[in-house]
Ligand binder design. Sequence first.
Ligand SMILES: Cc1cc2nc3c(=O)[nH]c(=O)nc-3n(C[C@H](O)[C@H](O)[C@H](O)COP(=O)(O)OP(=O)(O)OC[C@H]3O[C@@H](n4cnc5c(N)ncnc54)[C@H](O)[C@@H]3O)c2cc1C
Length: 385
Amino acid sequence: MAIERTYPEIREAVSRLCSQFSGEYWRDLDKHSAYPTEFIGALTEAGYLSILIPQEYGGSGLPLGAACAVLEEIQRSGGNGGACHAQMYTMGTLLRHGSEQQKQQYLPAIADGSLRLQAFGVTEPTSGTDTSRIRTRAVRDGDDYIVNGQKVWISRTQHSDLMILLVRTTPREECVKHTDGMSVLLVDLRDAVGNGLTIKPIDTLMNHATTQLFFDNLRVPVANRIGEEGKGFRCILDGMNAERILIAAECIGDARWFTEKSAAYASDREVFGRAIGMNQGIQFPIARAHIQTEAAALMVQQASDLYDAGKPCGAEANMSKLLASEASWAAADQCIQTHGGFGFAVEYDIERKFRETRLYQVAPISTNLILSFVATQELGMPKSF
Ligand SMILES: Cc1cc2nc3c(=O)[nH]c(=O)nc-3n(C[C@H](O)[C@H](O)[C@H](O)COP(=O)(O)OP(=O)(O)OC[C@H]3O[C@@H](n4cnc5c(N)ncnc54)[C@H](O)[C@@H]3O)c2cc1C
């Protein structure tokens, strides 16, 4: 028995929608590194991508917990929410720090699907996880900022109209705190590409539509800055915590998909005259992965409840991402093992989901960095950096 699931109606409706997009649909996209346009269209039309947008701007105004339920069910159905999850987690930045004018300008169009906010630009090739060392620079020129620099691993930029971009507006050396001096800009990708922004796709282990960005004197209106100049790191933290919790929910969905597959196959497949699932060598790791998943799901729930209550949730967001990504990986690994050779056959979808779920121990934040955060911030041990 899994722990009690929140938002049962949403889960059931999402699961019904996902059933129209079979394993064959996802396999074909994977084969051609294609974007799930029809799937995203169906999700948008059904209102799931505007679930966090307040009702006065045309969304459903539901809490993060509801968005977690949507993403978990997408992954649990065998699909992948990676093509759209940014629309949910970037909302934290826009909703909590955007001006009323920005919200009026963008949110209704995002809610009705005519505008896509799917890209979140933070990572750079030289800074890695040390966000305070980003070098992409925005310099004020009248009513515009002029942006120069480079980003890497910025996903969905070719399928999004808008991007939330973190830049340096004051050099790190001139700031009292290293996390000061950064600002958040809302970039209209439709105007930017070819006018100072070049996008180059990166081929990856799985189908993820991720890219490299090159900024060469890109002009972004000052009016597009979200929040105060120099305080951008604080603004994106709300997006980052939401991102970790939502991705943890995706991992729970993956883990459940793998474990359901493992248990069904182990009960059915007969070798040496009996179901392989009768052997505890097969049975126990599947049970262990299930236990890990259910424990992680409780942490995801705790993190999203805190986020929704507007309370500090950095530790819980990080811990839920670590636990859930390890649970999904344990479930994935055992699923391959349980299926023997068939685990490697493309038509079973297991190898695809196995590749997809591996990402979450690295992105959006790697396991080591979470351990370091918990060790130093929660347990008060000395910092190594
Ligand atoms: C498919 C994909 C999609 C992505 N999408 C986005 C996106 O849309 N937007 C965005 O901004 N970013 C995105 N990212 C970037 C992602 O967030 C980073 O890759 C991730 O945070 C790790 O950073 P890095 O790759 O620079 O690794 P690094 O920071 O170079 O670290 C490399 C390894 O060293 C470890 N490490 C580093 N420092 C320490 C230390 N002090 N102690 C112990 N271990 C350490 C890390 O844990 C990691 O395992 C994406 C990445 C991928 C692969």
